[in-house]
Ligand binder design. Sequence first.
Ligand SMILES: [Zn+2]
Ligand SMILES: [Zn+2]
Length: 329
Amino acid sequence: MSDNWFIDSELETVKSEYEKIQGATLDACVPDMVRISIYRTEYKQVAVCFIFPEDYPDMPIITEIKSKTMSFKFTTGLAQLCDEEVKKMLGEEQIMHVLLFVAAFLDENPLCVCSDEISWLKQNCLKQTDRIKLNQQMSQVIVKFKEGSYKMTFQLTVPDNYPFDNLGIECIENLFPADFHNMIKMQAIEIARKCVTPPIKPKPKQPKWKLTPSVKPVIEFLDEIFHYITKQTCALCKKAVLPDNPENVITEPKHELHADKLYCDHYYHYGCLDAYMKTPPFEGGKKCLSCNERIFHDKWKLPPTLIEKRWAHKQARQRELDEVVEFMQ
Ligand SMILES: [Zn+2]
Ligand SMILES: [Zn+2]
């Protein structure tokens, strides 16, 4: 027994009440230190350590929060909140109050599991026109991208067992043509999936797969692709592939100004690309003017020899027509 009856009595309170907190275990409960671990998920777990200062309980208890999984920035930030909170309790038993506060904080702020990723994104990735919003109640991160008149908004739902379980990805606003929009969403889903699922056949030279949090890579990708697409110019006519006003986006796939994406991630107008694909030389296949990669596209699936034949046929027809015209003159 210590010579401080107040502390002894508070230690008894902690021993009899800590179990009120879901997932709590008592690691130490002596006058030198009290330590209680709070477990929510494999990733979301903290140990709260208390040291009684001199003149306790008239002085605030010293709280330290440790976690093997959550970031130092998060645990120090939460400990600071505890320091503020405990000032309300001077002169009284403080430990259970702080523990309940920490447990409630973990439950009311499910996005605390990705707080580091969010602050990294705010500092290093998002442009001035982009916005990120957290909906703690729904455990959702909402990210809005803007460039000129174009906008794109994605809603990421962070699961309880993040980062082990898959992120929910929904596009709630997108002014791009539908095929771009679908492509962006599918790629984002794939990036998130690869963060939580090991490859079926690992490639020999690649570093060993390890589970990674997915909020950062998904938002980095969305940011990059959104700003990239809005700035694309057609490699043939050098004009923007998308109209200035998203209301004028062309949805008819064979319209002259329909924006088409190649596998190499370069963009063309349908009309420009169609003319290019049907004009010689055909040898070795048609190549992208931006990167010199061979062009593969669903709209021009014909083998080059057939395209060449058709072109020759078209030319012959034109010659015939020209001859007819000459004959008529
Ligand atoms: Zn063009
Ligand atoms: Zn290319």
